[in-house]
Design a protein around this ligand. Structure first.
Ligand SMILES: Cc1ncc(COP(=O)(O)O)c(C=O)c1O
Length: 387
């Protein structure tokens, strides 16, 4: 495949290939799958009921290209309520097929071939693929273990005259890092100084346990140069619905919309109504959802530590990362390939999220977004590793 003249040769090897291998292993061995991040329980009943009602009400044809007004207004109200960010629902919001399409369309729309995109590694695997599809080049700044900090000078050095976009994911997959205000201020300052656009992926915005999610767009000088992306899948435990969105100034929304209309055109008609209901739920409901996930993060982290793994801090998201060197192992890929057979659990080797193989090799990511009894079962199985 590496010799293919087609784009596939440049996209092979990115994370998705490894996830597919691990998910297949989970099925083949009947293991507990803590690899891919999807919940095993439904989200709030109000949101589920709204989807059923929307289908029954006949909202089953193409929705408007920019998304149904109910959802666009709900997104505007959400950004204003949580972050005091004001957007116009008709010109500054675009509904997309999950955050995945928003990320792809934004990179395709805003990058010219040869441009550079700065992002942090480890990185969510679609970033590398989408940057490649845009003909752009990625330059990565490493989040260092054990505390996921980064070197400010390394970030500054990564920015060159070819840099067009800074792509930020916070709360961050796979690390669970939530960028703090001082870090965001530094990133914002560099974006302004070098006249960069920012694309932010905030799909875990409501799944924060330690610290607070602050959108980059709230930093001085950033609102008008930032495309803020999120989606309903993680917050409302409905990853299969693929309702995402972005907020930005009209000319950036127009640019992304031009690409989006030739990718999916529109999607998820009835589910857009349901996510609009979800975004309008009281803050207490969203905090309860985060609280339930925090308990799972804690339970899984304790289980992983009891199994002899070094648990790295996760302040949010669906994930907990570990360093396997405390078990006397060093190759996360080999570890994950044999884990199903050794103890009936599937995880993901973090090397899939790294350019720097040496940094990623000893790290393994586990998903905590599963029922407590599933986590307990996985923890009991993993205890065999420590013996
Ligand atoms: C950081 C990050 N961004 C985007 C996505 C995809 O979001 P969606 O399902 O809304 O396309 C994921 C899903 O795992 C993710 O972890």
């Amino acid at each position: 495949m590496g010799d293919s003249p087609y784009l596939v040769s440049r996209l092979q090897g990115f994370g998705t290939t490894i996830f597919a291998e691990m998910s297949a292993l989970a099925v083949a061995t009947g293991s507990i799958n803590l690899g891919q991040g999807f919940p095993d329980e439904d989200g709030p009943p109000e949101v589920m009921d709204a989807a059923v009602a929307a289908i029954r009400a006949g909202h089953n044809q193409y929705p408007p290209g920019i998304g149904i007004p109910e959802l666009r207004h709900a997104i505007v109200a959400h950004q204003s309520k949580w972050y005091s960010l004001d957007y116009d629902a008709d010109t500054e919001v675009l509904v997309t097929a999950g955050a995945t399409e928003a990320i792809a369309a934004a990179l395709l729309a805003l990058c010219e071939p040869g441009d550079e995109v700065v992002t942090f590694e480890p990185y969510y695997d679609s970033y590398a693929a989408c940057i490649a599809m845009a003909g752009a080049h990625r330059r990565v700044v490493q989040l260092r273990t054990p505390d996921w900090t980064f070197d400010a000078e390394a970030l500054e050095r990564a920015i060159t005259p070819r840099t067009r976009v800074l792509l930020l994911n916070s709360p961050h997959n796979p690390t669970g890092k939530v960028f703090d205000v001082a870090e965001l201020e530094l990133i914002a300052q560099l974006c302004v100084e070098h006249d960069l656009l920012a694309i932010t992926d905030e799909v875990y915005e409501h799944l924060v346990f330690d610290g607070k999610h602050v959108p980059l767009a709230t930093m001085p000088g950033m609102r008008d140069r930032t495309v803020t992306i999120s989606s309903g899948g993680k917050t409302f435990s409905c990853t299969g619905w693929k309702v995402g969105w972005l907020c930005a100034v009209p000319e950036l929304v127009d640019a992304v919309k031009t690409v989006k209309q030739f990718l999916t055109y529109v999607n998820a008609g009835p589910f857009q109504y349901a996510i609009a209901v979800g975004l309008g739920l009281p803050g207490s409901t969203l905090r309860r959802l985060a609280g339930a996930l925090e308990e799972k993060r804690d339970r899984l982290s304790a289980g992983l530590a009891a199994a002899g793994l070094t648990v790295l801090p996760s302040a949010g998201t669906y994930f907990v990362s570990t360093d396997i060197r405390s078990l006397g192992e060093s190759d996360g890929m080999a570890f994950c390939r044999t884990l199903p057979e050794r103890c009936g659990v599937v995880a993901v080797p973090s090397i899939a999220f790294y350019d720097d193989d040496d940094a990623g090799r000893p790290l393994v990511r586990f998903a905590c977004c599963k029922r407590l009894e599933v986590i307990d079962d996985a923890a009991a199985r993993l205890r065999g590793l420590a013996r």
